[in-house]
Design a protein around this ligand. Structure first.
Ligand code: PMP
Length: 597
């Protein structure tokens, strides 16, 4: 090795003079010379490209699977739906259990129809026209069960709110634990008082004046600087836009190309931060690394001269390296949120990440669109005690109005290059600093300071602990887990029908999030009375699940049976996909999917 190294170094420094062999030698060893040259040449190529190879190996080792695998996997699977009877016996249940399930399903279906006639009517009408609702609806259930689930689908048509209750078109009071995609932090009553006042005052008096600024902007900037600890602010219309602004400015001001993010963290639907599932456009300038991994830190160090910024969604502390465990992923596994020690483990990780970013001059971006104003008034920065170079906010920060915010330093917020007049970063938007939104934001930021977050989190901690004791004593295979005011359902034994829980909860007047039971949030106006009502609904839904035979198990080998069945379904799905492709190539019109579900 050493000899090879000296030889190649010689070659570099002497321009290859040592190979000016005499003609005699050349004649005597023609083959040997050729192969030696080849070896040396190969070695040289390897040597010059070795830093690249080294970095690629490091990156591959630390890359999160979800950013590479899904585009290929998703085309491997072809949709199919089980017939209703097939669904009922998908776990090999006995005829008696299947009969119980058949009756329980009919009972649930009728109950939902009787309870929600108006909502059902509206749902049937808008389902044909509103594509967004279909997207959320379908994603909740593992695909072979979607036809079965579709029969139960009723959207919540809400007309009013009263505290954390939605008053729907059928006149029910429905307890809302959806968190309105995470927007509802301070409670609807709080938002009403902020929004109504702001709208009345601003829109009535002046309408949507854009360009000239509103005097309330002063208060907003002052408060955002305090909250974020960063001196400059940029205002946008959504969390997605805030992330677009942050990544674009980080690239422009560091003159580096890559953005690094972490496994399964959501940063909005801007395709440049969403490689893999959900976006079929290849994204060549993002690296998605494993969360809480030293291998990822090695990549950041090795590629520091290419990586402009690292994006962190602090909500990943709850489910590191995983998306929220939607009911669509409940295909028989025991689901564990991985939430244990979330706060301490994630804090230690963020501290390490902070140090690497500071040492290697990489911009650390906290995407606090979800966590901002939910964990603490100062968001995840305050909760974990780690400061970022750029912070994105959104969702709740304008009192429920559409908004996106980026906070950072003057150096990172520059849109012009002081050395090159034509070099600029075009980040603007018509609705930046909209007067009524700015007014709502100012009022929200004032309100949020008054909340005792710790007292609220303690309340949820006690409630979750008590719920888990009750669930265990009653023998239900369900547990709850929480991270501050965000919480979810987990299951202690495998089952093919856990997804039905969301419909039983609906029949007991609970409104869940778009991923079903996989991510729920308490607004901070949830008190002991609301929690007691929620307890009754959850225990009631568990009783329904149990009585309906949905949690039947065959005993010890149940998990293995389910696994086998799921594998069979996956194989069937692959075969369908191949069949469609072959059919398509042969002109049998096999390219389309069987049913639009
Ligand atoms: N970042 C994070 C962390 C989010 O949770 C979300 C939305 N769930 C976004 C960005 C995108 O925000 P919006 O939906 O307002 O575009």
């Amino acid at each position: 090795m050493l000899t090879m190294l000296t030889t190649s170094l010689n070659l570099l420094t002497t321009g290859g003079d040592q190979f000016n062999f005499s003609s005699e030698v050349k004649i005597a060893q023609p083959v040997l010379t050729l192969s030696s040259e080849l070896i040396i040449l190969t070695f040289l190529v390897l040597l010059t490209s070795s830093p690249k190879i080294y970095k690629s190996i490091l990156t591959i080792q630390a890359t999160h699977y979800a950013s590479i695998a899904p585009p290929y996997v998703s085309t491997l699977l072809g949709s199919f739906a089980h017939e209703h009877e097939e669904c009922l016996k998908a776990d090999g249940a006995t005829e008696g259990i299947v009969k119980r399930r058949r009756e329980a399903f009919e009972t649930l279906l009728n109950k939902l129809k009787i309870l929600f006639p108006k909502s059902s009517e509206i749902y049937d009408e808008i389902d044909e026209k509103f594509s967004d609702i279909r997207f959320f609806d379908v994603k909740k259930v593992f695909f072979p069960f979607r036809e079965m689930a579709k029969k139960l689908s009723v959207c919540v048509v809400a007309e009013k709110t009263d505290g954390p209750y939605l008053i729907d078109s059928d006149g029910h009071r429905i307890l809302d634990v959806s968190g309105s995609y995470g927007v509802n932090v301070i409670g609807y009553e709080g938002f009403k008082s902020i929004g109504n006042r702001a709208h009345d005052e601003v829109l009535k008096d002046m309408g949507p004046v854009l360009g000239p600024i509103h005097p309330e902007l002063r208060g907003v900037l002052k408060q955002l600087v305090e909250v974020s600890g960063l001196p400059e602010i940029s205002l946008h219309m959504s969390g997605t836009e805030a992330v677009m602004c942050a990544t674009r400015l980080a690239r422009f001001n560091t003159k580096k190309k890559f953005v690094a993010s972490f496994g399964s963290a959501y940063h909005g639907w801007y395709d440049a931060v969403q490689p893999g599932v959900g976006n079929e456009r290849p994204v060549p300038d993002i690296i998605v690394l494993n969360d809480m991994s030293d291998a990822s830190l090695r990549v950041l160090k090795a590629r520091a001269n290419e990586i402009a910024c690292v994006m962190v969604n602090p909500l990943q502390a709850f489910t590191p390296n995983q998306p929220p465990p939607s009911d669509g992923t409940l295909i028989g596994k025991v689901r564990d949120s991985g939430v244990a020690n979330a706060r301490e483990d994630f804090r230690a990780w963020l501290q390490k990440l902070r140090k690497v970013c500071s040492d290697y001059k990489i911009v650390l971006v906290f995407d606090e669109v979800y966590t901002g104003f939910r964990l603490a008034p100062g968001g995840a920065q305050e909760y974990f005690g780690v400061h970022a170079d750029m912070v994105c906010y959104g969702k709740s920060v304008a009192g429920g109005m559409p908004v996106g915010v980026v906070c950072s330093t003057p150096e990172l917020m520059r849109r012009f290059d002081p050395d090159h007049p034509l070099r600029l970063c075009y980040v603007v938007g018509t609705f930046s600093a909209h007067p009524s939104i700015v007014t709502c934001m100012n009022r929200f930021l004032n309100e949020v300071k008054k909340i005792d977050f710790q007292a609220k989190h303690d309340l949820y901690d006690i409630w979750v602990g008590n719920m888990n004791k009750d669930l265990q004593e009653l023998g239900y295979p369900v547990r709850l887990a929480h991270f501050a005011s965000v919480w979810l359902f987990q299951y202690t034994s495998p089952g093919r029908y856990h997804w039905l829980m969301q419909y039983y909860l609906r029949s007991r007047m609970v409104n869940l999030a778009w991923v079903g039971t996989g991510r729920l949030s308490f607004s901070l106006d949830f008190d002991a009375i609301h929690l007691a009502a929620l307890r009754e609904s959850i225990l009631g839904a568990c009783e329904d699940m149990d009585a309906g035979g949905w949690w039947w198990t065959s005993g010890e080998g149940h998990g293995a049976t389910i696994k086998k069945q799921v594998n069979k379904e996956i194989l069937r799905s692959v075969a369908i996909s191949i069949g469609r492709k072959v059919g398509g190539v042969m002109g049998f019109g096999g390219g389309s999917s069987a049913k639009s579900i």
